[in-house]
Design a protein around this ligand. Structure first.
Ligand SMILES: NC(=O)c1ccc[n+]([C@@H]2O[C@H](COP(=O)([O-])OP(=O)(O)OC[C@H]3O[C@@H](n4cnc5c(N)ncnc54)[C@H](O)[C@@H]3O)[C@@H](O)[C@H]2O)c1
Ligand SMILES: [Zn+2]
Length: 333
């Protein structure tokens, strides 16, 4: 099939392009970063690029936590206006299949269980608690410690920052488009993606990139909070394979189907820093106790739906992936 890959010059998009080619598909790259500089907010450019295309794999977005609230309008413009322009051009061009780069950030704090109250949804953590080193969210009803669980696709959305809000709005726009056009829309809610070609550290990068960039400078990775925050680190080639699986399978028209896209194997951020530092042969990580407002404590995925419905499974194990990532180049080096 011929697939338009927006953001196809980016970290994940470039791996999707490779994975499509390896399966005999034709990928058309659409990205502001390329020489031709194609912006998803440019309706005419999108319409031209959609010619002869069977499906769109929409990776283009402004990512990361950003700089406080300063770049809120730019996030909304690139991610939501961009998605709306893309979808309306697809409606006009009659392109009926979309795979969207979704994100686990739509879940906010994820899923917790209180021994007395069962499943609960703790709100954002208070600044006073974070400043005092009380990082674990507590039961909103009784204040007890909670145990974190695996988040499933039906968990309620609870975006905690501007980026998360724009990723959720992208899904709502895609669902509205699917209903209006009887189109097929899939959102792959990626967890923490890492691997070769990850951008160097900027306010728009992920935690694995911060640690890898510090090691490249000869410095110790600086681990925020107490390092016990849990994440699901999934390798970029596995994420690219999930995109190809979703494109090949299609989905029922008229609605959006969401799939958690994670390794299924939770790790702590501190543990990831140690694995990466040791694979790199660099200094041991330092746990700093710093925190970022808008960060969540634990968020780990149940990605069994992607396995059972699309036949996908992750191929790159954590240790192996971290060893490769320690040696691989970052974008911008
Ligand atoms: N990296 C992760 O851990 C992660 C996790 C969850 C979701 N995602 C999502 O995956 C997608 C890809 O992210 P990435 O990590 O590869 O980031 P990236 O910054 O490497 O790639 C994004 C690409 O989109 C392009 N782009 C941005 N705005 C554009 C616009 N207006 N028009 C055309 N191109 C534009 C950029 O030039 C870039 O090449 C994003 O939608 C992101 O929200 C990433
Ligand atoms: Zn309770």
């Amino acid at each position: 099939m011929r697939v338009l890959v927006t953001g196809g010059a980016g970290f994940i998009g470039s791996h999707v392009v490779e994975a499509l080619a390896a399966r005999g598909h034709e990928a058309v790259v659409f990205d502001v970063r390329t020489d031709t500089g194609s912006d998803v907010r440019d309706r005419h450019a999108v319409l031209r690029a959609l010619s002869g295309v069977d499906a769109v794999c929409h990776q283009a977005a402004m990512v990361g936590l950003g700089n406080g609230f300063a770049d809120a309008a730019e996030y909304v413009s690139r991610n939501d206006l961009g998605t709306a322009v893309l979808l309306s051009a697809m409606a006009e061009a009659g392109v009926r299949q979309l795979v969207l780069a979704g994100s686990m950030v739509v879940y906010g704090e994820g899923r917790y269980v209180c021994a007395r109250h069962g499943e609960v949804r703790p709100g954002p953590r208070a600044v006073a608690d974070l400043a005092a080193g009380r990082f674990e969210p507590r039961c909103p009803a009784c204040g007890r410690d909670l145990s974190p669980g695996l988040v499933t696709e039906d968990a309620p959305a609870d975006p905690r920052n501007v980026y998360a809000t724009t990723k959720l709005a992208q899904e709502h726009l895609a669902a509205a488009w699917a209903r209006a056009t009887d189109g097929s829309a899939v959102s792959l809610r990626y967890h923490n993606v890492y691997g070769p070609g990850m951008p160097r550290d900027t306010p728009y990068a992920g935690v694995a990139s911060f640690f890898r960039s510090a090691l490249a400078r000869g410095q110790a990775p600086r681990v925020f909070e107490d390092g016990c925050q849990r994440r699901d680190f999934v390798h970029v080639r596995d994420v690219a394979a999930a995109n190809v699986a979703a494109l090949e399978a299609g989905s029922a028209g008229g609605a959006l189907t969401a799939y958690n896209t994670g390794s299924g194997e939770p790790h702590t951020v501190g543990g990831m820093a140690r694995a990466l530092a040791s694979a790199y042969g660099g200094p041991e990580p330092i746990v700093t106790g710093e925190y970022r407002l808008g960060d969540v404590r634990h968020i780990t995925a149940d990605s069994s739906r992607l396995r059972s419905e699309l036949g996908w499974k992750p191929e790159v194990g954590f240790e192996e992936g971290m060893r490769e990532f320690a040696r691989a180049g970052l974008r911008g080096d």
